[in-house]
Design a protein around this ligand. Structure first.
Ligand code: AMP
Length: 234
């Protein structure tokens, strides 16, 4: 199915074309219509499948109507919160929102630790519709009251399995407690082990499932050898 059959507006299709994408990837083909209709989504998809566009494009589509040029921060409440396990992923996801949303006019910012709080505070206080953040620094801002999550409409938990592996579960609970009860929730994870499903059952509301099986195939020129090791010697 070509991109222009997925229900995306010309501003988004033009940005997709600028990226050089010709056809949607399987996760995009399946997830975009679900996100566009406002349903919750639980998706098993690894990085490299095109999962970022699978949530960023339909989110931008749903929100583009609220874009405005007002200087008043109150006209730019946070409407989308994307939580990622690492700063590197946050940077990539934020860049994708910028690239795909370049003709839409929504404001976005990125929040992660290890850098001064000041510039991030300035962005938050100025008003931004889209925030991509790692959990710890997001909570720091919440503690210093530079952050109001009371108008968030869409929550994305990206690489949820890694967030659990990295011990962010309590942080995620605290973040979710600051969000309005009525919102759309999207969870992306490379694996669906028990803890991920349990996280999904806590935060997602009757989610639709998309499962993109990993296709890990090495190039033919790569010789693969397996050595069996006695468990006692590991
Ligand atoms: P992601 O899984 O979101 O990290 O995306 C992996 C890479 O695929 C990124 O470099 C994207 O720019 C690229 N990509 C995403 N969607 C498409 C598409 N429909 N066609 C070609 N490349 C894509």
């Amino acid at each position: 199915m070509p991109f222009d059959h997925l229900g995306l507006s010309p501003e988004l299709l033009r940005a997709v074309e600028d990226e050089g994408y010709t056809d949607p990837t399987p996760i995009q083909e399946q997830a975009i219509p679900i996100v566009l209709k406002g349903a919750d989504l639980m998706a098993r998809a690894q990085t490299g499948t095109g999962k970022t566009a699978a949530f960023a494009l339909p989110i931008l589509e749903r929100l583009k109507g609220v874009a405005n040029k007002s200087f008043s921060p109150a006209r730019h409440p946070i409407r989308v919160l994307v939580v990622t396990p690492t700063r590197e992923l946050a940077i990539q996801v934020h860049k994708s929102f910028k690239d795909y949303g370049k003709y839409v006019g929504l404001r976005s910012t990125i929040i992660y630790g290890g850098v001064p709080m000041g510039p991030q505070e300035k962005d938050l206080l100025g008003g931004v519709e889209i925030v991509v953040a790692t959990p710890g620094r997001l909570l720091d801002h919440a503690g210093s009251r530079t952050l109001n999550l009371g108008q968030v409409q869409v929550l994305v938990l990206d690489e949820a399995d890694r967030m659990l592996d990295m011990g962010f579960i309590d942080d995620i609970r605290r973040i979710v407690a600051m969000l309005p009860a009525k919102r759309q929730n999207l969870l992306f994870s490379a694996t669906l082990y028990r803890e991920v499903r349990s996280l999904a059952s806590t935060f997602l509301n009757d989610p639709e499932m998309v499962d993109i099986a990993p296709t890990i195939t090495a190039a033919e020129s790569v010789e693969q050898i397996a050595y069996l090791v006695d468990p006692d010697r590991i």
